[in-house]
Structure formats: structure tokens, C-alpha cells
Design a protein around this ligand. Sequence first.
Ligand code: HEM
Ligand SMILES: N[C@@H](CC(=O)c1ccccc1NC=O)C(=O)O
Length: 283
Amino acid sequence: MMTNAQNPEEIVKAEGAQLDFSNDMTYGSYLDLDAILNAQHPLSPDHNEMLFIIQHQTSELWMKLMLHEMRAALMHLQQDQLHTVFKMLARVSRIMEQLVHAWTVLSTMTPPEYSALRPYLARSSGFQSYQYRQIEFLLGNKNAAMLKPHAHRADILQAVQHVYEAPSLYDEALRFMARQGLPVPAAYLDRDWTQPYQANADVQSAWLIAYQNPEQYWDVYQLGEKLTDIEDAFRQWRFRHLTTVERVIGFKRGTGGTSGVDYLRKMLDVVLFPELWRLRTEL
Ligand code: HEM
Ligand SMILES: N[C@@H](CC(=O)c1ccccc1NC=O)C(=O)O
């Protein structure tokens, strides 16, 4: 015979679960689910558009958290609080890994399925993701042309421009290394931060000292590895994007106006932290 404790209704009652929320904050109100769950507005009659929208919205939410962590990491790095920086950068890598795995959901969409909804996307494209662009700029991949798609939105332009003009995480890492006594060239400690990062042999030598003497330069060494984790995960994201795009649209031009797959393949060649990769040959 079934005892009361095994009856689902009785279990909930016996647990003392709160059931009347007429005067309390709820799960839904705290998380603002009304806003989030009513923000999907498919434009086509196509079944698969919901997948496309939610895939992008969830990516943008993870990017929001990534930016939150990266901005805080940058601030703590400026203040030499490396333990906090390490925790935050580890979280950034995990989020990127999450986004790498997320491609498997979207790749269930076949070319004819995507072709049915693609005309409804008009000229919109991930190229215009202002959170993605801020992540790229925070990682040091600066490019003035990427500001232009936001010219019609002063608030967004200002946010993207702010990150464009500020030192990147890597720039701050080099400044931290100099404060730790490593010989980083002066030109890398104060420069026009809007300029894309140029690899430098002396910067590589400074990293090499830390990697050859990890006990003495533990924080620099650890920081180098955390940054490498991020670039490693980011490369995988770019690669999965490229492969998904190729299997879904082949070599069609992008809705954003680029060549599509050829453009994304060029982006695979971007190296964010060049010295961290090159120094490995010396070890
Ligand atoms: C079927 C799915 C997808 C297709 C066919 C696709 C296609 C493309 C293409 C062709 C571009 C180049 C820009 C253009 O001319 O449009 C692009 C850029 C971009 N896409 Fe996607 N994409 C897809 C899914 C996604 C998803 C899920 C995300 C996640 C947020 C995303 C984020 C981006 C970003 C951030 C860029 C700019 C990359 C850069 O400038 O380096 N895409 N995409
Ligand atoms: N660039 C894509 C369109 C696209 O993917 C897209 C369009 C609107 C909102 C998000 C998108 N995703 C990423 O680029 C294409 O050429 O099909």
C-alpha cells in the first residue's frame, strides 16, 4: 500500500512548501520571466524560427554575464587583486565553453529549414551584436569599422566606443607584468588603445621570464594561462560558428553584407594574445 509520504501531493504538503504567493516575491517576478518569456516574436510562419531566436537570445544573455565578469576582472587587475581576477576569468572561459557546446542545438537546423526563415531576417546579422563587439574589443581585437553598424543608436555606440578606446584585458595584463618587475617595453604601457595589438619580441621575452620562473612570477604565469584558456575557448567558438554556417548556408553571402564563410574563415586567423602562443616554442 502507498504511504502518504509517497503521494506527490502529500509530499509537497509535508515539506511545508510555500504555495500562496499573493503577497510575496515569486520565482517569476524575481527573474522577470514575463519580460524574458514574452520576448520571442517570430516574423515567419516557420516552426524553426523559435529555435533561431532562442539560440541567439540565450547567447546574448551569456555574453551579458561574460561582459560583467570581464569588466570586473579588468578593474581588479588594475588594482593587483589577482585572486579575484583568476576566478572571474575562469568563469569567462566556462561561459565560452557553454557557447561552444550550444552550437549542437542550432546545427539540427537543415539548409531548407533555414532558407525558409532567412528572408525574414532582412539585413540583420550577428555582425551587429554589440555585446559580441564589446567582448572582442575587451579581448583587444580593435577595429574602427565595427563601430559603424551602431552609429544610429547613440547609447549603444557610446558603450562600444568606450571599450574601443580603453585598454584591453591583455593591455592591462602587460601593465601588471611591468608592476611585477618584468621588462615590458614602455610603448606597451601607455599607447593609443584604439590601435590593434602588435606582437612584440620584447613582450614575449617578458612573458618567457615568468614562464621559466613560475614560482617567482606565479600570478603572471597564472594570468597567462587564464588568458590562454579564454583564447582557446574563443577560437573553438569561432570554428563552430564557421562550420555551422557552412553546413547551413554553404557559401552564400551573409545577410550582414560580408562574403559569409570566407569572412568567418578570415576571423579564424585573428590571434588575440600572440606572445602567449609564440612563447611555447621556447619552453
Ligand atoms: C544558422 C545560423 C547562423 C548563420 C547562417 C550565421 C551566419 C553568419 C554570417 C554569414 C556572418 C558574417 C556576417 C554577415 O555577413 O552576416 C555571421 C557573423 C556573426 N554571427 Fe552568425 N550565423 C548564425 C548563427 C549565429 C549565432 C547563434 C550567433 C550567436 C550569437 C552568431 C553570432 C555572430 C556574430 C557575433 C557574428 C560577427 C562575427 C565577427 O564579426 O567576427 N551567429 N554569422
Ligand atoms: N548572417 C546570417 C543571418 C544571421 O545569422 C542572423 C540574423 C539575425 C539575427 C542573428 C543572426 N545570427 C548570426 O549571425 C545569414 O547570412 O544568414
